[in-house]
Design a protein around this ligand. Structure first.
Ligand SMILES: C[S@@+](CC[C@H](N)C(=O)[O-])C[C@H]1O[C@@H](n2cnc3c(N)ncnc32)[C@H](O)[C@@H]1O
Length: 236
């Protein structure tokens, strides 16, 4: 056998041995392949994301476009037994699969949600989490959807949206991406205030966190009143 053939054979063997590891990594990180750098990195950085959600033990979370419930399960781990995660899906089959898959995790409550809203009651949620689903919303309905979220989220709550950054996507990935700037404009139009927006480490996805400006102005005015009171006591 020639030297060139032996080297070629060795390379093929190495690639063959590596394939199961790549498959396993994709499985762990969401199971979908792709040609984009950091395709599933947004899942691999789950701990980083979860830390920034502002969760409390008794939080009520709505995971819109929950898919296989992967994020719902990560959030459930963080919340513990007292939290609730409504895992909303427009796809009935996915709802049924989630019900089976997460049967032993009672905090996760899969449900069939409408396409134009969460289906949740007013002032009932601490967090609405929307991962890779915002771009699926019908054209020109995004601002209305965000306005709806202002009704269902409690004044102290937040909305977290994860999408692939449109400038970093290529090929067909562009159809499943969003501009953070456009999201910011739409959220502001709906009355939300951007708390932070950042790339998720190791991925081409960004995470935007929105809060209600009213919650801050209320806190601020309470603090100002308290300070004024202290000052006037000191003057007496
Ligand atoms: C790309 S998957 C994201 C799954 C999961 N959130 C994640 O980050 O891996 C998008 C999901 O959103 C669902 N979906 C599409 N439009 C929706 C809508 N208007 N409301 C709720 N879910 C929607 C789809 O059925 C699909 O399961």
């Amino acid at each position: 056998m020639s030297k060139r053939l032996r080297i070629g054979g060795a390379i093929v063997a190495i690639l063959f041995l590596c394939l199961p590891a790549v498959g396993q990594q994709r499985e762990q990180s969401g199971g979908r392949g792709g040609n984009s750098v950091g395709e599933n990195g947004y899942r691999e950085a789950a701990d980083y994301v979860i830390k920034r959600l502002g969760l409390r033990r008794k939080s009520v979370v709505v995971d819109i476009g929950a898919g296989d419930g992967w994020w719902s399960s990560k959030i459930a781990e963080k919340l513990g037994p007292k939290g609730v995660i409504h895992a909303g899906e427009v796809n009935e089959k996915k709802v049924d699969t989630m019900k089976e898959k997460w049967e032993s995790v009672p905090q996760i409550k899969p449900y069939l949600c409408p396409t134009d809203g969460t289906g949740q009651e007013e002032n009932s949620c601490d967090l609405v989490f929307i991962s890779k689903t915002y771009h699926h919303f019908d054209k020109d309905t995004h601002v209305d959807y965000l306005r709806h979220l202002k009704k269902v989220v409690k004044p102290s709550g937040r909305v977290v949206i994860i999408e692939r950054h449109a400038d970093l996507a290529s090929g067909r990935g562009k159809e499943h991406a969003w501009q953070p700037g456009l999201l910011g404009q739409q959220a502001e139009q709906a009355g939300w205030m951007l708390l932070r927006c950042e790339l998720i480490p190791g991925s081409d996805h960004f995470m935007a966190i929105f809060v209600m400006p009213e919650a801050f102005t209320e806190k601020l005015s309470k603090r100002l009143t308290a300070t004024k009171r202290k000052q006037s006591k000191g003057d007496q």
